[in-house]
Ligand binder design. Structure first.
Ligand code: NAD
Length: 368
């Protein structure tokens, strides 16, 4: 691996780049601790055959900003295990346990789940070193997808952003792209606040009902393994026609880069809440800003998951997780909107400025 550290870093970090190797079990792994001024870094462990130092560094920096923007006393880090996540289960467990033992003394990095790893993998890490987030419930975890931590945060962001976009949440029409862990719960918590889900999509198609879809029935249908377009309570649409649906709030909760320069002008919504990570290209975000569509960026709108993980790490309860998500997402969405208002900045830039200012302030308290 040929790394030029100076090319990776800047004044914020990274603080540590570790290359781990244990030939007996075939472990090769990368850990980047980017910045720990706010507290020990939280960030996922990704398993993929082609993960690189550069990728892990960029993801670690994203966590520095995400955790600071969420108002957590945690810095940013990330790890990558260079392996196929579909390898035999015994080999996967050996790789993860070895990885855990090799980071035992790296106290300023708290691993969590990411691509290729699940709750069970986190339980093995806990068994080895005790320091981890994203655990199964039986060993002290708060299962964030089961309780809908991220979708709940999206609904809280909506409470703050809807009035700013000129929308009354009560009666607002919502479209959700990606009716999965984030999308289903976002729809459910928004419905509790008086909004109607008028359209939803998954990887195979979309469903539309301008008078509102029955969320419980649609969720049951989807969890039974059927695609949303086969649901009887609406009119089926092509998957990518969702962008064109008449609605007030559009929630991407599926893949990166789904809103682009090519399709953004089709969007009818006044508010976009980014449940997915990087769902819009730079050009699409610029277009929204120039055309009066309020766009709440991913690391503000979808921070519920990482906030839940931080509460779990403190030994908190599910109830405390919901309270903390509500308090933090509400305050941070309002802080971003205030900057957008005062300085005319696009929301993502305002959010990055907010996060960077918090990291720099925390760095000011540290011995040089
Ligand atoms: P998931 O796999 O549970 O759900 C994703 C859904 O999107 C599925 O229904 C899938 O069929 C659908 N989908 C895939 N491609 C699509 C496409 N092109 N068009 C429409 N639908 C499509 O995943 P998830 O956990 O809900 O995560 C969704 C997104 O949110 C990801 O970008 C993830 O990184 C991000 N995110 C998730 C969490 C979390 O707590 N789970 C937290 C922060 C961010």
């Amino acid at each position: 691996m040929n790394i030029v550290i100076r090319q990776l870093g800047d004044e914020l970090g990274p603080e540590k780049i570790l290359l781990l190797r244990q030939p007996q079990v075939g472990l090769e792994a990368i850990v980047v601790v980017d910045n720990v001024a706010c507290g020990p870094a939280i960030g996922g462990v990704r398993m993929a055959p082609d993960v690189t130092v550069d990728e892990v560094y960029r993801l670690a920096r994203a966590m520095t900003f995400k955790n600071a923007a969420a108002g957590l006393a945690h810095g940013g880090g990330k790890a990558g295990i260079i392996a196929d996540p579909a390898c035999p289960p015994a080999q996967k467990e050996a790789l993860i346990r070895t990885f855990a033992r090799m980071i035992r003394t790296l106290d300023d990095y708290i691993p969590g789940p990411d691509m290729g790893l699940n709750e069970a993998c986190m339980a093995w890490i806990k068994d080895e070193i005790g320091r981890v987030v994203g655990l199964p419930r039986v060993v002290g975890g708060i299962p964030l997808d089961e309780i809908g931590a991220t979708g709940f945060g999206v609904a809280i962001a909506a409470e703050v952003a809807a009035p700013a976009a000129g929308i009354d949440l009560h009666g607002a029409r919502v479209a959700v792209q990606g009716y999965g862990a984030v999308g289903i719960h976002a729809a459910r918590f928004l419905h509790e606040r008086g909004a109607a889900l008028v359209a939803a999509s998954d990887s195979r198609g979309a469903i539309h009902n301008p008078s509102g879809l029955d969320i419980d029935a649609l969720t049951q249908h989807k969890r039974g393994g059927a695609p949303v377009h086969a649901f009887g309570g609406g009119r089926p649409l092509d998957r990518d026609a969702l962008v064109n649906v008449e609605c007030d709030i559009w929630i991407p909760a599926a893949r990166p880069d789904v809103l682009t320069a090519e399709n953004i002008s089709l969007l009818k919504a006044k508010l976009v809440l980014q449940g997915a990570n990087i769902p819009a290209t730079d050009a699409a975000e610029r277009w929204m800003h120039e055309h009066g569509i309020l766009n709440i960026p991913d690391f503000i709108a979808n921070a519920g998951g990482v906030i839940c993980a931080a509460v779990e790490y403190q030994g908190g309860t599910e109830q405390q997780a919901f309270e903390t998500i509500a308090e933090k997402v509400r305050a941070n969405t309002a802080a971003v909107l205030a900057r957008v208002d005062e300085e005319g900045l696009p929301p993502r830039e305002a959010a990055i400025q907010l996060a960077r200012a918090r990291v720099e302030e925390a760095m000011g308290y540290r011995r040089p």
